[in-house]
Ligand binder design. Structure first.
Ligand code: SF4
Length: 150
């Protein structure tokens, strides 16, 4: 990888997290979901995995699931609370909006069979953790890889 490519990738990752951490969508989608920063609107739940939980309740549920998933698979969650919370909230918002916990760091195609691949935990995370030490969203890390993510 060239220095130029590496620099672009870092800028891309920084931009992604800036959008995830924004209190409201600032990416121009108007809360439409491309960045995961959708406004909570329980009436827009899809039937696939209906929930009556509020966004905050879903956040708590997903956090508990992610902690258990990490324990079960010998992983750790990102110790950076802001990033960890932003990803978890993005998952909760996607579940409220689209009915599934789609990865907030990837773009849905609108094709159910394709989009199923990016429902968390996505089909890519194992390979990403094996090769890079972490998943694309920086939620799950291989033990020992935390702190070496740059
Ligand atoms: S990259 Fe995959 S495993 Fe990581 S948060 Fe996104 S969907 Fe989940």
């Amino acid at each position: 990888m060239t220095d130029d490519t590496s620099k672009k990738q870092k800028e891309s990752i920084a931009g992604r997290f800036k959008r995830l951490l924004a209190p409201e969508s600032d990416c121009g989608c108007g809360g439409g979901g491309c960045c995961g920063n959708v406004k909570s609107d329980r009436k827009r739940n899809m039937a696939d995995e209906p929930t009556t939980l509020t966004e905050d309740e879903l956040v708590d549920e997903i956090r508990a699931w992610a902690e258990q998933y990490a324990r079960d698979h010998d992983l750790v969650l990102n110790p950076d609370e802001r990033v960890r919370n932003a990803v978890i909230r993005g998952l909760a918002r996607n579940q409220l909006r689209y009915g599934r916990r789609y990865c907030p760091c990837r773009i849905r195609k609108g094709v159910p069979e394709e989009d199923a691949k990016i429902a968390c935990p996505c089909v890519y995370h194992r390979d990403e953790i094996a090769s890079e030490g972490k998943c694309h969203c920086n939620l799950f890390f291989r033990k020992g890889a935390v702190g070496r993510e740059e």
